[in-house]
Design a protein around this ligand. Structure first.
Ligand code: THU
Length: 130
């Protein structure tokens, strides 16, 4: 299955009554499996969760740990880029060269790597050297 199609399908289930900004994310793992997530907002705003976090949680719950590819979609004019926190969450399970495709309304898309999105990521290297 096309990864962006999976992201678009789950976007339809986004719960975004406050921002009205519906996001879908899909992850392909090293095994070839696809895990999807949507943003789930909350009336206590900071309790809302991003689409990427949902997809990562589904992946981890299935026992998988290695992200091979990521797709994210929303309806803005510009392709949606993961927030700072989600960049760190993705980097936990994705190598620096993993490709993230970001899409906006009308299907316009941009492709970047994890290293592009989070240069100088905090990593186990920092912990291990202390
Ligand atoms: N959001 C995501 O789910 N993923 C992103 O990559 C950017 C932002 C959500 C969080 C919130 O529910 C809404 O979009 C507006 O910020």
């Amino acid at each position: 299955m096309d990864l962006m199609d999976a992201a678009k399908a789950v976007q339809a289930n986004a719960y975004a009554p406050y921002s009205k900004f519906r996001v879908g994310a899909a992850i392909r793992t090293a095994s070839g499996a696809i895990f999807a997530g949507c943003n789930v907002e909350n009336v206590a705003y900071p309790e809302g969760t991003c689409a990427e976090a949902g997809a990562i949680a589904a992946m981890a719950a299935a026992g998988e740990r290695e992200i091979a590819e990521v797709a994210v979609i929303a309806d803005g004019d510009d392709p949606v880029t993961p927030c700072g926190g989600c960049r760190q969450k993705l980097a936990e399970f994705a190598a620096p060269d993993v490709v993230v495709t970001m899409s906006g309304k009308g299907g316009n898309s941009v492709t970047m790597t994890i290293a592009d999105l989070l240069p100088g990521a905090f990593s186990t290297r920092h912990l291990d050297s202390a």
